[in-house]
Write a protein that binds this ligand. Structure first.
Ligand code: HMG
Ligand code: MG
Length: 298
């Protein structure tokens, strides 16, 4: 049977916006996060403390974290690839920091400029500091279902990184389909393999919708017991280091699916649709969400 409750991590303000070419003002980002808070998410990825030379759009992260209207109990997360990022996240009062690696060596080099083994060493300091300060620690694994440079990625490679992130003390681990090439049976095989290394209730599915498989993959993940999913309002996004990668699965589509299955998320779909229309208007384009556009057109 499927889980009766699901946690959605809204990643639009980070994964969704990081790849936008035009600079988006902090005001707009803050209003987006505030609208998402109001919609009922318990976890919002709001910032990324990475090199502004690598990802210029995230340079406003300190200001955003400083000025969002925080709701008690909501976890506002930030990406932190190294200690410099961690110090910034700590100063900005992030509730959770995210160390992000990959299951593919080639992608690790392109994305964070080091090997998988080196990344784990960098993460060790971040992990220790997070524990010291009582900040939640999440680990993310890119290219868990395929890599734009290397192609196939064996499930054992993903499991190996899961094991190392578990050893660092991660509270939650994301199995990410960076380029959206996963399909349901493959996704189930990887999820079942990694669940041997880490409690399944703390594993999440992070699906990009490049090939239109994301909602199918979420359903497949639910079938094997995954109950945390990442999604992006209006289907925003794409990864700067994965050419042609499109956005995360749209939150509106995921909520329509879960609502139809009678699975509780605690999120108000209409408010998410409004937030999606808000940010899409600012970006000057139609939302990349089937559900969002269908509801908005009513
Ligand atoms: P590096 O060049 O190897 O690092 O970059 P470095 O330590 O040699 O530092 C180089 C310069 O960057 C120095 O500045 C540092 O101060 C600065 P300079 O002396 O040249 O002026 N620097 C920083 N500045 C601000 N904040 C920091 C920071 N660290 C160093 N934290 C590094 C290594 C990881 C920093 C770099 O490669 C980087 O920032 N990469 C960005 C990667 C990224 O953000 N990718 C997108 C997010 S991941 C993603 O989207 C995937 C995910 O969604 C899951 C999925 O879908 O797959 C999570
Ligand atoms: Mg992503």
């Amino acid at each position: 049977s499927l889980p009766s409750k699901v946690k959605i991590v809204e990643v639009g303000p980070r994964d969704g916006l990081q790849n936008e070419k035009e600079t988006i003002s902090a005001e707009v980002k803050i209003e987006l996060v505030d609208r998402l808070t109001d919609a009922g998410f318990v976890n919002i990825e709001a910032a990324s403390f990475v090199s502004p030379k690598w990802v210029p759009q995230m340079a406003t992260s300190t200001e955003v974290m400083d000025r969002i209207r925080r709701k008690p109990g909501v976890v506002y997360s930030a990406l932190t690839p190294n200690m410099k990022g961690f110090e910034a996240a700590l100063a900005a009062k992030a509730d959770e920091v995210v160390i992000f690696g990959a299951a593919s060596e080639a992608f690790s080099q392109r994305n964070i400029n080091c090997s998988i083994a080196e990344s784990i060493e960098r993460f060790r300091d971040v992990a220790q500091a997070a524990k010291q300060h009582n900040i939640r620690l999440r680990g993310s694994i890119s290219c868990s279902f395929g890599c734009p440079y290397q192609g196939e990625v064996p499930a054992d490679s993903v499991a190996d990184v899961v094991r190392r992130l578990r050893e660092l003390g991660c509270d939650e681990i994301d199995i990410a389909d960076t380029i959206g090439v996963g399909t349901p049976r493959k996704v189930q095989a990887v999820m079942e393999r990694v669940a041997k290394e880490f409690p399944i209730e703390r594993l999440s599915g992070h699906f990009h919708d490049t090939y239109g498989q994301a909602t199918a993959n979420i359903y497949a993940s639910l079938e094997v017991g995954i109950s945390i999913f990442h999604s992006s309002v209006a289907g925003l996004g794409g990864c700067p280091y994965a050419k042609g990668a499109t956005g995360n699965v749209s939150t509106e589509d995921v909520l329509f699916l879960l609502n139809g299955l009678g699975i509780d998320t605690g999120i108000d779909l209409d408010k998410v649709v409004d937030a999606g229309q808000f940010i899409s208007q600012h970006l000057g384009r139609k939302a990349a969400s089937r559900t969002g556009n269908a509801i908005a057109a009513k």
